[in-house]
Design a protein around this ligand. Structure first.
Ligand code: UD1
Length: 421
């Protein structure tokens, strides 16, 4: 099993090019299934979740291959609409292939993606919406069999009880190839939704309103391939900025999506670091001890503070002057990284959805397993600002979303190695 060995105490300094977005690449790879020919997807991160998405595409007879950060997909030979359980369980987002397959061939057979490390993640909204669009859905022994009752799904007016990112994506994917108009009310407004819609529009889809809470999709019988560049990863960006801030460093983040990162940057700025930005570059400098964030940090759907950045920002606040308070409103079980932080000497109290962080002067290296993707990245960040050496295990969680994270940290002057087989 591989581990990361991280020795803290170095100020991170330097320039880093931000990787492409995981949460955009996954639905866009699924969307490529809707196209009748080749798609060239640039700026795809080389991470295990993206490879899992490509394996799903390949198992349906579509092709997906990589050359560096470019993925080339070809969906002409699709011949299978059944995804085996082992592929479905590799990542929770495999569920978005359901909408794409229903859109492409009016039929699919997938398995329930299963529980995950952030607590229960139901898919009731996905299923209710697809049923409203004419899908007959049967759940038997962990499998979900879906079939359009007509030849294709039909458009529908859908109001989501919560702006779920995955449900919004599944509806968009199936609606893009459905018969007629679909209206999604209370749609998720995450930038990755806009990226998916941007890709689909380039393939000939008729979609408007993405980025707002009412999205309108007019189904098309056929979509064509295109060349598309995936947006930068705002959460990886938040991670490297938090690491640099925690270490008292200085970083230039290029290829960044500055406006999409505003909800994070405006909170990080309250810690007293100096942040400036132009169109796609962020400069961060922090020469002194960070200050606690005065306002409660509430995770919310976009444009609120992103839940995916909660753990990494917390890692920067462990040694801040004063007390910071987080309120996690999206997932039930998203403070599991706090055990490792406390083992490092952090002063944290968790009560349900609230976590209170009282800044301490020092934290110390420890051994701990990554609990989940962002929690694992946050442990690396904490380890970089701790005294001594940390050993972080279960790093397969981290590899799901970060492209060569140890190389990025070392480029910034951090001391981090990957060891083991
Ligand atoms: C996506 C992101 C994930 C991010 C999350 C919230 C991807 C690949 N993943 O996950 O990184 O943390 O958005 O920004 O893009 N829910 C239901 N029923 C449903 C669907 C969701 O109750 O049918 C609940 C979930 O349990 C959760 C909340 O809604 O509590 C938000 O989930 P959702 O927005 O769907 O997150 P994901 O799409 O899974």
């Amino acid at each position: 099993m591989q581990k990361f060995i991280v020795t803290g105490g170095k100020r991170l300094r330097g320039e880093l090019r931000l990787q492409g977005s995981k949460n955009s690449s996954l639905p866009i790879i699924a969307a490529a299934m809707l196209c009748s020919d080749e798609c060239v997807l640039k700026n795809c991160p080389r991470i295990t979740d993206v490879y899992a998405a490509s394996r799903i595409l390949n198992c349906t007879g579509c092709k997906c291959s990589f050359s560096g950060n470019t993925a080339v997909t070809d969906s002409r030979c699709m011949n299978n609409n059944e995804i085996p359980e082992n592929l479905m369980s590799e990542m929770r987002s495999s569920i978005i292939f359901m909408g794409a397959m229903l859109g492409r061939c009016g039929e699919c057979n997938v398995s329930i993606p299963g529980g995950c490390e952030l607590g229960p993640r139901p898919i009731d909204m996905h299923l209710a919406a697809l049923r409203k669009m004419g899908a007959d859905i049967r759940e038997e022994m962990g499998r979900i069999r879906c079939r359009a009752t007509g030849k294709r799904l039909h458009g529908a007016r859908i109001s989501l009880a919560f702006p779920s990112v995955g449900a919004t994506e599944n509806i968009i994917l199936s609606a893009a190839a459905a018969d007629g108009e679909t209206i999604i009310n209370n749609a998720a407004r995450e930038p990755e939704i806009c990226d998916l819609c941007g890709f689909l529009r380039k393939c000939g889809a008729d979609i408007s309103g993405d980025g707002e809470s009412r999205i309108v999709v007019n189904g098309r019988e056929k979509l064509h391939g295109c060349e598309y560049t995936v947006m930068p990863d705002r959460i990886a960006g938040a991670t490297y900025l938090s690491m640099a801030a925690a270490s008292g460093g200085e970083i230039i983040l290029t290829n960044a999506c500055v406006s999409e990162m505003e909800p994070f940057l405006s909170v990080l700025e309250q810690t007293g670091c100096s942040i400036s930005a132009d169109e796609n570059t962020i400069y961060l400098r922090n020469g002194s001890r960070l200050k606690a964030v005065g306002d409660r940090i509430r995770t919310m759907p976009h444009p609120g503070f992103p839940t995916d950045a909660q753990a990494v920002l917390m890692s920067a606040l462990l040694k801040a002057e004063g007390t910071s308070v987080f309120e996690e409103n999206i997932f039930d079980c998203r403070y599991r990284h706090t055990d490792a932080f406390m083992k490092m000497g952090a002063d944290i109290q968790v009560m349900g959805k609230i976590a209170v962080i009282k800044g301490v002067k020092r934290i110390y290296g420890t051994s701990a397993d990554a609990t989940d993707l962002r929690g694992g990245a946050a442990m690396i960040s904490a380890a970089l600002s701790a005294e001594g050496t940390s050993e972080i295990g279960s790093i397969y969680h981290i590899d799901r979303g970060y492209e060569n994270i140890e190389k990025a940290v070392r480029l910034l002057g951090g001391d981090m190695q990957r060891v083991g087989m």
